[in-house]
Design a protein around this ligand. Structure first.
Ligand code: PRP
Ligand code: URA
Length: 209
């Protein structure tokens, strides 16, 4: 069953409030998203396995810890997911980055795929699927389906703001995908926007509206 982890650290909540404000411009919005993603990365990577390694410090030999588990892939859902890549790749520089292009058709509200380029060894990697907004869950379910078709087995999602409806949808279709989110908001409105949310994440990131 999905584990939903709400990363409600005070710094994350404060920065998210700044992002939600309608007068926050694209530059600040981008910087805040990177900072929050980096802070969320601490929680998202908390259970990565460690092994022992023998090293020498300038003072003595010691048995130290290093990461030993599967390598990671960061996969943003375009466009808005791009805004969450820097924060994670700064923490995990060895991760590879795949891209999945989806947009929500304004009429049908169904996800439309237009791009998919993933690391060849995606099946061997732990995947962090990133998108600031989890609204109806349609885009996330489509992205997870694509990843599964390409061989990805272990997927966790990292979102900034989720609607209960979106979490329930991912939960229903992919009960084994864990979700990390900074806030779970009240609901979706009649246009399937998250309420109170922060508006259109892609437009706010890239200044397209
Ligand atoms: C937004 C958002 C998610 C999707 C969420 O992208 O970044 O990908 O909507 O909605 P859903 O859960 O109902 O599918 P959008 O389709 O606006 O595309 P964009 O990132 O290119 O602006
Ligand atoms: N996509 C967004 O960018 N915002 C929402 O609230 C819903 C979907």
């Amino acid at each position: 069953m999905n584990k939903v982890t709400v990363t409600d650290h005070p710094l994350i909540q404060h920065k998210l409030t700044l992002m939600r404000k309608q007068n926050t411009g694209s530059k600040d919005f981008r910087e805040l998203l990177t900072e929050i993603t980096m802070l969320m990365g601490y929680e998202v990577t908390k259970d990565l396995p460690l092994g022992d390694v023998e090293i020498e410090t300038p003072v003595a030999k010691m048995t130290a810890k290093e990461l030993t588990g599967k390598k990671l892939a960061i996969v943003p859902i375009l466009r808005a997911g791009i805004g969450m890549v820097d924060g994670l790749i700064n923490l995990i520089p060895a991760a590879k980055v795949g891209h999945i292009g989806l947009y929500r058709d304004p009429e049908t509200l169904q996800p439309v795929e237009y791009y998919c380029k993933l690391p060849q060894d995606i099946g061997e990697r732990e995947v962090l699927l990133v998108d600031p907004m989890l609204a109806t869950g349609g885009s996330s379910v489509a992205a997870i389906q694509l990843l599964r078709e390409k061989g990805a087995k272990n997927i966790r999602m990292v979102n900034l703001v989720a609607a209960p409806e979106g979490i329930a949808e991912v939960h229903k279709v992919y009960p084994d995908v864990d979700i990390y989110v900074a806030a779970v908001d009240e609901r979706l409105n009649e246009h399937k926007y998250i309420v109170p949310g922060l508006g259109d994440a892609g437009d706010r990131l890239f200044g397209t509206k």
